[in-house]
Design a protein around this ligand. Structure first.
Ligand code: FAD
Length: 833
């Protein structure tokens, strides 16, 4: 009979023990566990603190009694292995309750001692109220503090998996949370722009983010609270501090037994999990493994690898050939409404390993948009530029992120290329996916890039564009442009670009973008075939905007507890960058009308709100329900831009609910029926000075050339601009005739407002205009008429001066103030010249 001893009885240890028993009924199997519990779900610890998992016992996957009863395993808790005598194959075990030490022999030993939380060497790290989270007792201590009601605010140090899970669960308990992270981003396994989506989610949930700032000191205030001091000098007071800056392998025992260790202290094992002593196996967080992508050793402390390694160790001990294939690092985390997941290597790791790679970013719906509840999902692929082999993938979204990352992890593990992703046959029905699954779409885009069908630009390249040689072209709709844009971009909606292509210089490279890259791709193809140099901004405005906004809100955050039982009020980060407190739910506020915009994707919900509000009375309130997560940001920006009032904004069960009061008497930014902002221009021409008339027609022609409707309203002296040089004779009174003699007759008779000098200045100006080949006023008037500019003569002025319609040039309409006012209603700018 063999004796198998296992050190550590949680993820790796308990799995190894159960597998050993299944393969060897006759063996003596002993688990030595230092703590009071075995086989508990340490992954669930943060969620019990947050009371998302209300039952503490649910975390105890198994107990010593169950392991004894079901598997005949001798489980010894609160006993610690303190020494390995590998030559004699004996252990020294200390009973932590009695303090006695005894010797225990083994035939095979499995080490699964896990890892311990890193404690930074800073003053105050050992103060009462500063916690780490690894075990059930750690969890109990934190939860007891929160349950006591003493904890109003917390500082979580470290923005990795455990730090973010703790931040979310503390917010769930009504605690105001600040997250401090030394790197410029949370979740170092993600690329920056993917992590930036999490930053936005954290800020929107009211979490205070200090990024790129280390922990310098923790001290006690006079009031007895904790004060966290950061390297930058910024401080935050808190009632509790959670240190979650990473873990170190529990390898002291292995080190003392002279087992081979890696550069960071991890136990070195082979593919059957044997250490440098073939009778001693090691698994889990304490070991280093091979990364199949780099072929280099790595340490990835996750539960899945620990369990698989334990199975392989048990198999090998009991004579079954099975080899560990390495860890690619597939992981997932929930951060409030978002989920982030990764597999393989990120950009930094690939650079560090000296592996050439290309990337693509796609945004797709997790399922078809016409089935309720569709939400966006962002996929970043990292792949070999030569054969397209998948090297890494990251996914951030609201739903079905697990499904997507698992498909990608499987593809990566199988050595597939981005071309293979195009051909994956994935399950589809409207509630679940799309005929073109997000994974297929990611494959299409990356393959297009490798084949040269598309050339991608990355968001961080934009800041280094050379305006002499490169331009930015925004091809989104007017409504999307209105909600935000890259400052240097020019805007030509994709529906107009075929007609307006000539506005683009052929000497420049154009970086074209839309919301996510799909429309921009169509325009990229069209422009390239017309001879333009063009690239498509990978991930479009959606990625660019989230990656370039202010990420750290430490100073700006109102930092109020944001949890409410029924719905979570949403923080509003306005265009000006200020973060306002959550908009308080106005309990007594009732809506006059409802709008269900669930299922619509951006800018659909905003367009629907705009249309609905048009038909409502001033002061009435519209209740909007939307499922597009971008709506909570868009509706705030839209109300700010149009002068309407956002009364409440909250979110529950994935639905965003906004109450909007119609307060804009005349929207500051008006939308046409197609959803774009009204672009009409009205120009009141009051003057008959040559220079002023020239200016007004230059503006009118320019606006008309940009496809904008223009109405020019000629009143008082401005009416002279429209007079004929030699009109037909009409009946007039003496006074009317005198007006006619004194006032200039038409465009050619106008004089400069300044430097006229008895006609000399005017003559010189006309010569300059001619020599510089600038259009004369009569030519500009003719162009304006050809471009459809409306020329309206003021009825009242004509009556007053006795000017009759026959005396005016062709194509002039006669209208009153109402004509002018109704035209200004349709426009967004009115000039008085
Ligand atoms: P552990 O499960 O930590 O077990 C090691 C045990 O060995 C400990 O109980 C320790 O007391 C005992 N021990 C150590 N030395 C001795 C000794 N000398 N004598 C006796 N006993 C000893 N992973 C994921 O994949 N997904 C997640 O969502 C996730 N969430 C997590 C959340 C939290 C809060 C934590 C702490 C971890 C999380 N992990 C997650 C990581 C995952 O739990 C670990 O990767 C996994 O538990 C590692 O298994 P292990 O057997 O190596 O170590």
């Amino acid at each position: 009979m063999s004796t198998y001893v296992i050190v550590g009885g949680v993820a790796g240890g308990a799995t190894a023990a159960a597998r050993l028993r299944r393969r060897d009924e006759s063996a003596e199997i002993i688990i030595i566990e230092r703590g009071p519990y075995v086989s508990f779900a340490n992954c669930g610890l943060p969620y019990h603190i947050g009371e998302v998992i209300p039952e503490r016992d649910a975390l105890l996957v198994s107990t010593p009694e169950k392991l004894r009863g079901e598997f005949a395993i001798d489980v010894r808790t609160q006993q610690e292995v303190v020494h390995i005598d590998w030559q004699a194959r004996k252990l020294s075990v200390r009973d932590l309750r009695s303090g006695e030490t005894y010797r225990l022999g083994y035939d095979k030993l499995i080490l699964s001692p896990g890892a311990k939380p890193s404690i930074p060497p800073i003053p105050g790290a050992d103060l009462e109220g500063v916690h780490t989270l690894r075990s059930i007792p750690d969890m109990d201590a934190i939860k007891a503090r929160v349950d006591s009601g003493e904890v109003q605010s917390a500082v979580v140090v470290g923005g990795g998996f455990i730090g973010l899970e703790m931040a979310e669960n503390l917010v769930e308990r009504g605690v105001s949370v600040a997250v401090v992270e030394m790197l410029p981003q949370v979740m170092a396994v993600l690329d920056f722009e993917m992590a930036a989506m999490l930053h936005r989610e954290l800020r929107d949930a009211g979490v205070r983010l200090a990024l790129g700032d280390g922990l310098k000191e923790i001290r006690r205030t006079e009031e007895g609270r904790l004060e966290v001091v950061l390297s930058s000098g910024r401080t935050a007071e808190a009632d509790i501090v959670i240190l979650a800056i990473g873990v170190r392998p529990e390898s002291d025992l292995a080190k003392a037994a002279d087992l081979a260790l890696g550069p960071r202290g991890h136990i070195v094992v082979n593919e059957t999990m044997q250490t440098s002593d073939p009778d001693i196996y090691a698994v889990g967080d304490a070991i280093q493994v091979m990364n199949p992508i780099t072929g280099q050793p790595t340490a990835i402390p996750l539960a899945g690898p620990a369990n698989r390694q334990a199975r392989i160790a048990a198999d090998h001990i009991t004579g079954l050939a099975n080899a560990y294939q390495g860890t690619i690092g597939t992981a997932i985390v929930k951060v409030f409404g978002l989920t982030a997941a990764t597999t393989g290597l990120n950009s930094q790791a690939l650079k560090g390993a000296g592996i050439a790679f290309a990337t693509s970013i796609t945004h797709s719906s997790d399922h078809v948009g016409y089935y309720p509840g569709a939400t966006p999902q962002t996929i970043k692929l990292l792949y070999a530029p030569g054969d397209g082999r998948l090297l890494g993938a990251q996914v951030v979204g609201h739903n079905a992120v697990d499904r997507t990352i698992d498909a990608l992890a499987t593809a990566l593990k199988a050595g597939m290329t981005v071309y293979d992703l195009e051909h994956l046959e994935l399950a589809y029905a409207p509630p679940y996916g799309a005929a073109k699954d997000p994974v297929n779409i990611a494959g299409f885009v990356a393959s297009n890039a490798l084949r040269g069908d598309t050339r991608l630009a990355e968001w961080h390249e934009i800041r280094d564009l050379d305006p002499e040689r490169q331009g930015l072209l925004d091809v989104r709709s007017d409504a999307e442009w209105m909600l935000g844009r890259i400052p240097e971009a020019i805007h030509i909606p994709n529906t107009e670009l075929r007609e307006r292509m000539s506005e683009l210089s052929r000497d420049k490279e154009w970086i074209v973008y839309c919301a996510v890259g799909r429309r921009a791709y169509v325009m990229e193809r069209m422009l390239r075939q017309k001879g333009y140099q063009v690239r498509n901004l990978s991930g479009g405005w959606t990625t660019y905007s989230v990656a370039t906004e202010a990420q750290d809100n430490f100073e700006r955050c109102a930092c109020e507890p944001v949890k409410e039982p029924a719905a979570t009020p949403v923080l509003v980060e306005t265009g000006s960058g200020a973060i306002e407190k959550p908009i308080a739910a106005a309990a007594d506020q009732t809506a006059d009308l409802q709008l269900n915009a669930c299922g619509l994707q951006c800018p659909g919900p905003i367009m629907a709100v705009h249309k609905k509000l048009q038909g409502m009375e001033q002061g009435q309130v519209l209740e909007v329900l939307a499922s597009d997560p971008g709506f909570r940001r868009d509706v705030a920006a839209w109300c700010e831009g149009t002068g309407n009032t956002l009364l409440t904004l909250d979110q529950s069960n994935g639905a965003i609910r906004a109450l909007v009061r119609k307060t804009a008497t005349q929207p500051q930014i008006k939308l046409t029926d197609e959803g774009g902002p009204a672009k009409g221009k009205t120009i009141v021409v009051f003057s008959s000075d040559l220079d002023r008339a020239l200016a007004s027609f230059i503006i009118a022609n320019g606006a008309a050339a940009m496809g904008q409707p223009v109405t020019m309203f000629f009143t008082f002296w401005g009416l002279n601009v429209l007079r004929r040089k030699d009109p037909a004779r009409v009946d007039k009174s003496l006074v009317e005739r005198m007006f006619g003699w004194m006032l200039p007759k038409g465009a050619e008779a106008l004089k400069l407002s300044k430097l006229n000098m008895g006609g000399m200045g005017t003559w010189m100006m006309k010569r300059v205009i001619k020599s510089k080949r600038i259009d004369s006023l009569p030519t500009l008037i003719a162009s304006a008429r050809e471009s459809g500019v409306r020329l309206v003569a003021c009825q009242m002025t004509m009556d007053m001066m006795g000017i009759q319609v026959e005396e005016l040039i062709d194509g002039v309409e006669v209208g009153g103030v109402a004509t002018y006012i109704s035209e200004t209603d349709k426009g967004n700018a009115s000039l008085f010249i």
